[in-house]
Design a protein around this ligand. Structure first.
Ligand SMILES: *Cc1c(COP(=O)(O)O)cnc(C)c1O
Ligand SMILES: [Zn+2]
Length: 448
């Protein structure tokens, strides 16, 4: 029998709660919570996923999230069946790792050892759809009909689309800061018709307010502090594993903002290892934007999980005094990452590392990805910057198998691309339009 329970992540506390609760923090120690399982049948994990991928006439089998539902079976606590699974008609999570020669070359790695997975190809343009499928399923399990989130644009679009989908039919409120939000993200958020509240403050302020409101008003919170959302994001790694023919890579590289994704990745591999399905852990590299690098800085200064024996007062003070985040990579413009402790634990589990990328480095790397005929937004390109840096530092070796995750779609931030290619400043890979008179001779001459 499969059983799921919420556990406080701090082993010293180890408080446990029913999954039929929307608690996002331990009531004893305010720690983050994990969904933990017993009774998962490891013997059928790969076969089930494969079978569902081949015989995908059911939406839940088509979904790249729910194809792996036997690795996130919290929903069984409620219904004992999969009728309640929320999905964008099976379209979320249909991504897999691929090779990109220009990007591998840019990182000075042999292309056959490097894969990239485009999570921006999810229905709403970011990896967030993986998480929302699971979070909405949990909200439905609890009978909730009103969901909310704070967002820099991708979470809000995902929440709004899932709420609007006729399979879930919920109300959604999204909190955005009054700072800059990429127009593509604002556009898609408004389009899916949630209640959009623009808070006079930055993302970190919007995050604090939405947590308060969710608590006081009983609205279901879908930010990555929600442990069920992270269950859905584990499947990003399940698909990497499947795509590498059930081999574990040496490295997984991913941008870090609120640190939910890297934490979910760590949990995914940790669980596969504990189930005896894998015999090694990949090392996870998290890449901060230099202008939002509290995680990088704290780890540089020696922050470690140490089995949960951490001085939380010190860190809480550091976050309270954190400078305002400032980067072109709006998706990771976050200096008070809510999943800090889970991310520290992930570093311990995976012998992980943290690096950082400047805005210019991200824009150049983004252009390199485009030269392969694919795209991602600036924050996602931190992945390629980090890969290149870690290779240059000798931390990633040429023989290592490396997987980079691109988190968001190219068009989320069209302004960044137009500025890069057609703006006044010239970048390394700028592709300026060539101005020609409206005459055949001039056009032919320009084509040579
Ligand atoms: C949300 C987001 C991130 C940050 O992920 P976290 O889980 O908050 O660390 C990175 N890139 C993109 C495109 C995102 O939408
Ligand atoms: Zn606790």
């Amino acid at each position: 029998m499969v059983h799921a329970q919420l556990h406080c992540i701090f082993p010293q506390c180890d408080s446990r709660y029913s999954v039929n609760s929307d608690a996002n923090a331990c009531t004893e120690c305010a720690g983050l919570l994990d969904v933990k399982y017993t009774g998962i049948d490891a013997s059928s994990v790969k076969e089930l996923a494969q079978l569902r991928r081949m015989n995908n006439t059911k939406v839940h089998d088509r979904s790249g999230v729910w194809r792996f539902r036997h690795l996130l079976p919290f929903y069984l606590e409620h219904a004992k069946k999969d009728d309640n699974l929320v999905t964008l008609d099976g379209m979320e999570g249909n991504t897999w790792p691929i090779h990109l020669t220009h990007a591998a070359e840019y990182a000075h790695l042999p292309s056959e050892n490097v894969w990239f997975q485009f999570e921006g190809n999810n229905p709403t343009g970011s990896f967030k759809d993986n998480g929302m499928a699971a979070a909405f399923t949990h909200a439905k399990m609890l009978g909730r009909t009103y969901v909310a989130c704070a967002s820099t644009g991708n979470t809000s679009a995902s929440v709004a689309a899932f709420a609007a989908n006729e399979l879930s039919q919920m109300r959604a409120a999204v909190f955005i800061g009054d700072g800059k939000i990429a127009r593509g993200k604002l556009a898609k958020t408004l389009a899916y018709n949630p209640k959009v509240l623009q808070i006079a403050g930055d993302f970190d302020d919007a995050m604090s307010r939405v947590q308060e409101v969710a608590k006081s008003e009983g609205i279901y919170l879908t930010n990555s502090v929600n442990p069920f959302r992270l269950e859905g994001q584990k499947t990003i790694m399940h698909r990497v594993w499947e795509g590498l023919d059930w081999e574990v890579p040496d490295w997984v590289v991913v941008p870090g903002g609120n640190l939910g994704n890297c934490s979910a990745f760590g949990k995914a591999w940790h669980e596969l290892y504990e189930l005896g399905l894998t015999t090694k852990m990949p090392r996870i590299a998290v890449i901060n934007a230099q202008g939002a690098n509290m995680f990088y800085q704290l780890v540089q200064q020696g922050a470690v999980w140490n089995g949960g024996k951490v001085n939380r007062e010190d860190y809480n003070r550091a976050f309270a005094n954190a400078p305002k985040a400032h980067t072109r990579a709006s998706a990771i413009e976050i200096n008070k990452p809510v999943n800090f402790y889970k991310a520290l634990r992930m570093l311990e589990w995976t012998n992980g590392v943290v690096s950082e990328a400047t805005d210019d480095e991200m824009l150049e790397a983004q252009a390199v990805v485009n030269r392969n005929g694919y795209g991602c937004e600036p924050a996602s390109a931190a992945t390629l910057v980090g890969m290149k840096k870690l290779r240059a530092e000798g931390i990633i070796r040429p023989s290592d198998k490396v997987v980079g995750i691109f988190t968001g779609h190219l068009l989320n931030d069209a302004e960044a691309l137009i500025e890069y290619h057609a703006g006044e400043r010239k970048y390394q890979f700028s592709n300026q339009p060539v101005k020609v008179p409206n005459s055949l001779d001039a056009i032919v001459a320009a084509l040579r």
